[in-house]
Design a protein around this ligand. Structure first.
Ligand SMILES: *[C@@H]1O[C@H](CO)[C@@H](O)[C@H](O)[C@H]1NC(C)=O
Ligand SMILES: *[C@@H]1O[C@H](CO)[C@@H](O)[C@H](O)[C@H]1NC(C)=O
Ligand SMILES: *[C@@H]1O[C@H](CO)[C@@H](O)[C@H](O)[C@H]1NC(C)=O
Ligand SMILES: *[C@@H]1O[C@H](CO)[C@@H](O)[C@H](O)[C@H]1NC(C)=O
Ligand SMILES: *[C@@H]1O[C@H](CO)[C@@H](O)[C@H](O)[C@H]1NC(C)=O
Ligand SMILES: *[C@@H]1O[C@H](CO)[C@@H](O)[C@H](O)[C@H]1NC(C)=O
Ligand SMILES: *[C@@H]1O[C@H](CO)[C@@H](O)[C@H](O)[C@H]1NC(C)=O
Ligand SMILES: *[C@@H]1O[C@H](CO)[C@@H](O)[C@H](O)[C@H]1NC(C)=O
Length: 899
C-alpha cells in the first residue's frame, strides 16, 4: 500500500515536474520569439502610425503584440500580419528563426532591400507570404520553390528585378494556388514550369518586362481561372489555350505584342467573365461565336489588326456583355442592329475602324444602360437616330469623324447626365438645337467642322460646366452670345464661321461701328496680312521712318469679296536711300476687323507712326505712338524696347496670339503686331481721353480740351472715379479668373489705365509680363516710375509673384483715386511720403476726410471710406491676406448696391 502510494506519489511528482518543465519550455520559447520579434521591430526605421508600439520587451507576444498570432496549443508564433502601416526599414533576417511561422503578411508598408536569404529556413512551415506593396528590391529568391506547404505568394507592387526563377516552379510547390508578381521590373520569360502547378488557380504577372511567349499548355492546371500577363513585352502566337482553359474566369493578355489569331474560343468557357486581348498585334477575323459563357461581361479586343465584320453571333450569343470594345482595328461592314438587344451593355466602342460603314442602327436606342457610345472615326452615313435620346444614362457620345448628315436631334436634352457630346467633323446641317442648353452636366461640346447654320442659341450659356467648347468651321451666323461660359473659349472656338460676329471674334456686328471705313469687306475671321516690308532705320533716333510698301494680291480674280479668308501678300519696297539704311523684312498680323487691310492705308498710317510728334507715351517696355489712317481711324502703336524673357519670333508670336484672343470691355483691345528681327510693334486700340494718371495728377499734354484747371481732377467726379475703379477691377478679374492660363498684369499703375470719352476705364499693357525687364532681372530701378505700386514680394529677392501682386498694385490705384495723391510723393530733400502709410495713419487718427481729393465733387463719404479701407486691405504686406480680384469686384459692387 505504502509502496504503492509512494510510487503513485513519485508518478505525480514526475508528472508535476514534467508539467513544470513543459511550462518552462513554453515560456522559454516565447522569450526567444519575443526577442526575434523585437529584432524585427528594431529593423523597422519608421513606424508612422505606431503599429508596433505594443511590441515591448515585457509584453507577451501571443497576447500583447498587435498583429502577432500564436498557435493556441503550442503558443508558438504562427502568423505575422501588419497591413498598411507604412513601416519603413528592412526585413530582419532573424524572422526566419520563428520555427512555426505559417503566414507572413506585410502588405502595404515601405520595406526596402531584399528578401533575406535566411528565409529559406521557413520552408517547413510557411503557407502564405504576402509582401505586396512594399519597396523590396533584388531578385525573387529561388528557394521559395522548395516550400512544400506554400499556397499563396504575393510579391506584387515592389521593385523586384531579374528573371522569374525557373526553380520557383520546377517542380512547383504542390499546393500553390495563387501567385502574383505583378507590378515589378521582372524580365525574361514566363517559366514553363507554371503549367505543372497542379493546384494553381491563378497567376498575375502583369506590368513587368517579361519577354518571349506564353508556355504551351498554359491551362494544364485544371482549376486555373485567373491569368493575367497584361502590359509586358510578350510575343508570339497564343496556341493551345482554347482547348484546356475550361475553368477560366479572367483572361488578360492586353498590351503585349502577341500576334496571330486571338483566342476567341475562350468566350465559350462556362465561367469566363473577362477577356482582354487589347493592344496587341492579333489579326484575322473575329470567328463565329457559337456559344458564350453565361456570365461573360467584358470583351476588349481594341487596338489590334482584326479584320472583317463584327459577327452577329457575338451579339446574339453573348447576352451579358457590359463592355464591348473593338475600337482601333480594321473591322468593316455595318454595325449589326442586334447590338440593340444587349440589355446590359454600358460601353460600346467601335471607334477607329475606318471601314465600318452604313448608318447608326436606331436599335441602339434600346440599350437602356448605355453609358458610353463611341463610334468616332468610322465611315458612318445617314442621320443621327432620334432614338438615341432613349439612352437616358448616356454620359459620353462621340460620333465625330464620320459622314453623318441631317440635323442634330432636338431631343438629346433627354440625356440628362450627358457629359461629353462630340459631333465634330461630320456633315450635319440645320441649326444647333436650343434644347442642348438643358444638358447642364456637359463638360465637352464639340460641334466643329460641320455645316451647321443659324445662330448660336443663347441657351448654351446655361452650360456652366463646359471645359471644352467648339463650334468652329460651320456656317453659323449672327452675334455670339455674350455669356462668359462661351466667351471664355476665345476666338478659336468660333473661327471659320464667316457670318458670326461680336466678341470674342474681332469682327463687329452690323454695318456701323468701324471708322467709317471705305472698304467694308466681308472678311474672314482672322485676317492675317503678311507684309514683307522694307523699312528704314535712321541713324541716331532709332525709329522707323516709313514703311514703303507695294502690294500684289495673289490671283484675286478681281473680285474683292471673293475670298472669305483674306491673306494679302505685300512685298517689295523702295527704301529711301540713305547711309546706314537697313531693309527690314517683317510680318504684320492683324486681329482686328476694323483696321484697314489694304496696303495703301498702311502706307499712310505707318508714315505717321514714326513721327516724333506722334509720341503719346513711354512705358516700361517701349514708346507709344499714335498712328492715324486716312479714314480717320487711329491706333496706338507701341514700339518695344525690350523682349524681356522672350527668346525668339515663335515665342513672341505665341504670346501675341494669346493676347489677340482676349476681349473685355475694360481692356484696351489688342489689334495686332509687327515682327521683324530688329523691331517689334504692338498695335492696339487708341483710347482718346488720356490716362487716369493724367487726369488725377494734371500731367496731361496739351491735347485734352476739357477742363483747363490744374490737373483736371475736377472732371473726375466721384461717380466717374468709382466706375473707373470697378471697370479696372473687372478687367483684372477677367485676366485672373477667366483666362486660361491665368494672365498676370504685373504693371498696374494709373498711367496704364486709359479713359475713353465717357470716362470708362480701359486697362492697357496687360499680358506683357514676359516682356517686363524686372521679372527677369530684378532691376527694380528701371521701372522707378511704378515704384509705389510694386508689391513687397516683387521687390524682395525671392520674387514669388502671383495674382496677389496685381491686387496690391490695384489697391494703390484705389488709394490714388480717393486721395488724388501720387503713390509716392517727395517732401523736400530725401523725404518721401508713401501713400499707403499716409492713408493708414489718417484712418487711425480718425481724420479720414482730410485725405480726400479736394478737387473731387459729388461724393458720398461712406463710399469713399469703404473704398479706402478696401485699398488698405489690398495693399496688405502678406499676399495671402489680400482679397482676390473676384472678391474685390463683388465688394465694390456691394458698396454701390448698398448706397
Ligand atoms: C495580400 O494582402 C492584401 C491585403 O489584404 C490583399 O488585398 C491581397 O489580395 C493579398 N494577396 C493575395 C494574393 O491574396
Ligand atoms: C465554374 O464556377 C463554379 C462556381 O464558382 C464552380 O463550381 C465550377 O466548378 C466552375 N466550372 C469550371 C469548369 O471550372
Ligand atoms: C484591357 O486592358 C487594357 C490594358 O492592356 C486596359 O487599358 C483596358 O481598360 C482593359 N479593358 C477593359 C474592358 O478592362
Ligand atoms: C512586335 O513583334 C513584331 C514581330 O512580330 C516586331 O516586328 C515588333 O518590333 C514588335 N514590337 C514590339 C513593340 O516589341
Ligand atoms: C472622339 O473620338 C475621336 C476619335 O477617336 C477622338 O479624337 C476625340 O478625342 C474623341 N472625343 C472626345 C471628347 O474624347
Ligand atoms: C426620354 O427618356 C425616357 C426614358 O428612357 C423615354 O421614355 C422617352 O421616350 C425619352 N424621350 C425622348 C423624346 O426620346
Ligand atoms: C437658359 O438660358 C435662357 C436664355 O439664355 C434662359 O431664358 C433660361 O431661363 C435658362 N434656363 C435655365 C434652366 O437656366
Ligand atoms: C476648335 O476647332 C478648331 C478646328 O478643329 C481648332 O483649330 C481650334 O483650335 C479649336 N478651338 C478650341 C477652343 O478648341
Amino acid at each position: 500500500m505504502s509502496r504503492r502510494s509512494r510510487s503513485s506519489a513519485a508518478t505525480a511528482a514526475a508528472l508535476l515536474l514534467a508539467a513544470v518543465l513543459l511550462h518552462c519550455a513554453a515560456d522559454a520559447a516565447t522569450d526567444a520569439e519575443r526577442r526575434i520579434l523585437l529584432d524585427f521591430k528594431s529593423a523597422v526605421t519608421s513606424d508612422p502610425r505606431g503599429a508596433l508600439s505594443s511590441w515591448t520587451a515585457t509584453g507577451d507576444p501571443c497576447v500583447d503584440f498587435a498583429g502577432v498570432t500564436c498557435d493556441p496549443s503550442t503558443r508558438a508564433v504562427s502568423r505575422l500580419r501588419v497591413h498598411g502601416a507604412g513601416l519603413a526599414g528592412t526585413l530582419a533576417p532573424s524572422l526566419a528563426r520563428l520555427s512555426s511561422l505559417e503566414s507572413i503578411s506585410l502588405f502595404g508598408n515601405r520595406l526596402t532591400a531584399t528578401i533575406p536569404l535566411t528565409f529559406a529556413a521557413l520552408a517547413p512551415t510557411l503557407r502564405k507570404l504576402n509582401l505586396s506593396r512594399n519597396a523590396l528590391s533584388g531578385e525573387i529568391p529561388r528557394f521559395l520553390g522548395a516550400f512544400p506547404l506554400l499556397r499563396l505568394l504575393d510579391l506584387s507592387y515592389n521593385a523586384l528585378t531579374g528573371e522569374i526563377p525557373s526553380a520557383l516552379f520546377n517542380p512547383c510547390p504542390p499546393r500553390l494556388r495563387y501567385v502574383s508578381l505583378a507590378h515589378n521590373r521582372l524580365s525574361g520569360p514566363v517559366p514553363a514550369g507554371i503549367a505543372t502547378c497542379a493546384r494553381l488557380a491563378g497567376f498575375d504577372f502583369s506590368y513587368n518586362e517579361l519577354t518571349g511567349g506564353l508556355p504551351p499548355r498554359l491551362c494544364a492546371p485544371p482549376e486555373l481561372s485567373y491569368v493575367s500577363v497584361r502590359a509586358n513585352a510578350l510575343s508570339g502566337e497564343i496556341s493551345g489555350v482554347e482547348s484546356s482553359c475550361r475553368s477560366i474566369d479572367l483572361f488578360d493578355v492586353g498590351s503585349n505584342n502577341f500576334s496571330g489569331p486571338a483566342p476567341f474560343a475562350l468566350l465559350a468557357m462556362v465561367n469566363i467573365t473577362y477577356f482582354n486581348v487589347s493592344s496587341n498585334a492579333f489579326d484575322g477575323p473575329i470567328p463565329t461565336v457559337a456559344a458564350c459563357g453565361a456570365r461573360f461581361s467584358y470583351l476588349d479586343a481594341s487596338g489590334n489588326r482584326l479584320a472583317g465584320p463584327v459577327p452577329d453571333t457575338l451579339l446574339t450569343n453573348c447576352r451579358s456583355l457590359r463592355v464591348l470594345d473593338l475600337g482601333a482595328n480594321a473591322l468593316a461592314g455595318d454595325i449589326p442592329p442586334a447590338v440593340g438587344t444587349l440589355r446590359s451593355l454600358s460601353v460600346l466602342r467601335l471607334a477607329g475602324n475606318s471601314a465600318i460603314s452604313g448608318s447608326i442602327p436606331p436599335e441602339l436606342g434600346g440599350i437602356e444602360m448605355l453609358v458610353t457610345l463611341d463610334l468616332a472615326g468610322l465611315a458612318l452615313t445617314g442621320q443621327i437616330p432620334q432614338s438615341l435620346s432613349h439612352c437616358q444614362f448616356l454620359l459620353e457620345l462621340n460620333l465625330s469623324g464620320n459622314q453623318l448628315q441631317g440635323t442634330i436631334p432636338d431631343t438629346l436634352n433627354n440625356l440628362t447626365y450627358l457629359k461629353l457630346l462630340d459631333l465634330h467633323s461630320n456633315r450635319l446641317d440645320g441649326g444647333i438645337p436650343l434644347t442642348l442648353g438643358q444638358l447642364t452636366k456637359l463638360d465637352l461640346l464639340d460641334l466643329s467642322e460641320n455645316r451647321l447654320t443659324g445662330q448660336i442659341p443663347s441657351e448654351l450659356g446655361n452650360l456652366s460646366n463646359l471645359a471644352h467648347f467648339n463650334v468652329s468651321f460651320n456656317d453659323l451666323s449672327g452675334m455670339i452670345p455674350s455669356a462668359q461660359v462661351l466667351q471664355q473659349f476665345g476666338a478659336s472656338a468660333f473661327i471659320g464661321n464667316p457670318h458670326l460676329c461680336g466678341p470674342p471674334l474681332n469682327n463687329l456686328c452690323g454695318g456701323g461701328g468701324g471708322g467709317g471705313g471705305a472698304h467694308r469687306k466681308r472678311l474672314g475671321v482672322s485676317v492675317i496680312i503678311v507684309i514683307v516690308a522694307a523699312a528704314l532705320i535712321l541713324i541716331g533716333i532709332c525709329i522707323v521712318c516709313a514703311m514703303n510698301i507695294k502690294a500684289y494680291t495673289r490671283k484675286n480674280n478681281g473680285v474683292e469679296d471673293s475670298k472669305e479668308e483674306e491673306e494679302v501678300l505685300v512685298s517689295e519696297s523702295t527704301p529711301i536711300a540713305s547711309p546706314g539704311s537697313n531693309a527690314i523684312i517683317g510680318k504684320l498680323v492683324l486681329f482686328s476687323k476694323s483696321l484697314p487691310s489694304r496696303y495703301e492705308d498702311w502706307e499712310a498710317g505707318t508714315k505717321a507712326l514714326v513721327d516724333k510728334d506722334c509720341i503719346i507715351g513711354g512705358g516700361s517696355v517701349g514708346t507709344v505712338y499714335k498712328a492715324t489712317f486716312e479714314n480717320g481711324l487711329s491706333i496706338a502703336v507701341k514700339k518695344l524696347e525690350t523682349l524681356g524673357r522672350l527668346e525668339n519670333q515663335d515665342e513672341f508670336e505665341h504670346e501675341m496670339g494669346q493676347l489677340g484672343n482676349l476681349s473685355h470691355a475694360n481692356l484696351v483691345a489688342f489689334q495686332g503686331y509687327y515682327w521683324s528681327s530688329s523691331m517689334q510693334l504692338l498695335l492696339s486700340e487708341f483710347v482718346g481721353n488720356g490716362s487716369l494718371y493724367d487726369h488725377l495728377h494734371g500731367n496731361r499734354p496739351h491735347s485734352f480740351s476739357e477742363g483747363s484747371s490744374r490737373g483736371g481732377g475736377g472732371q473726375l467726379f466721384w461717380e466717374r472715379r468709382f466706375n473707373i475703379a470697378l471697370g479696372v477691377a473687372r478687367a483684372l478679374s477677367y485676366l485672373h479668373h477667366d483666362c486660361r492660363p491665368q494672365i498676370l498684369h504685373l504693371n498696374i499703375k494709373s498711367s496704364n489705365i486709359m479713359l475713353d470719352v465717357k470716362y470708362e476705364a480701359k486697362l492697357s499693357d496687360y499680358g506683357l509680363g514676359k516682356l517686363l525687364p524686372i521679372l527677369g532681372s530684378i532691376e527694380l530701378s528701371k521701372i522707378h516710375a511704378s515704384i509705389g505700386y510694386i508689391a513687397p514680394e516683387l521687390a524682395s529677392q525671392n520674387l514669388r509673384y502671383s495674382d496677389k501682386s496685381d491686387v496690391f498694385s490695384f489697391g494703390v490705384v484705389l488709394l490714388e483715386i480717393v486721395t488724388g495723391r501720387k503713390p509716392v510723393e517727395s517732401r523736400g530733400v530725401g523725404a518721401a511720403v508713401v501713400l499707403r502709410d499716409y492713408v493708414r495713419e489718417v484712418l487711425e487718427d480718425g481724420t479720414t476726410s482730410d485725405c480726400f481729393d479736394r478737387s473731387m465733387r459729388g461724393f458720398v463719404e461712406a463710399e469713399l471710406v469703404q473704398v479706402l479701407k478696401l485699398g488698405l486691405v489690398c495693399t496688405s504686406n502678406t499676399p495671402s491676406s489680400r482679397p482676390s480680384m473676384a472678391e474685390v469686384v463683388q465688394y465694390l459692387e456691394s458698396i454701390r448696391a448698398s448706397s
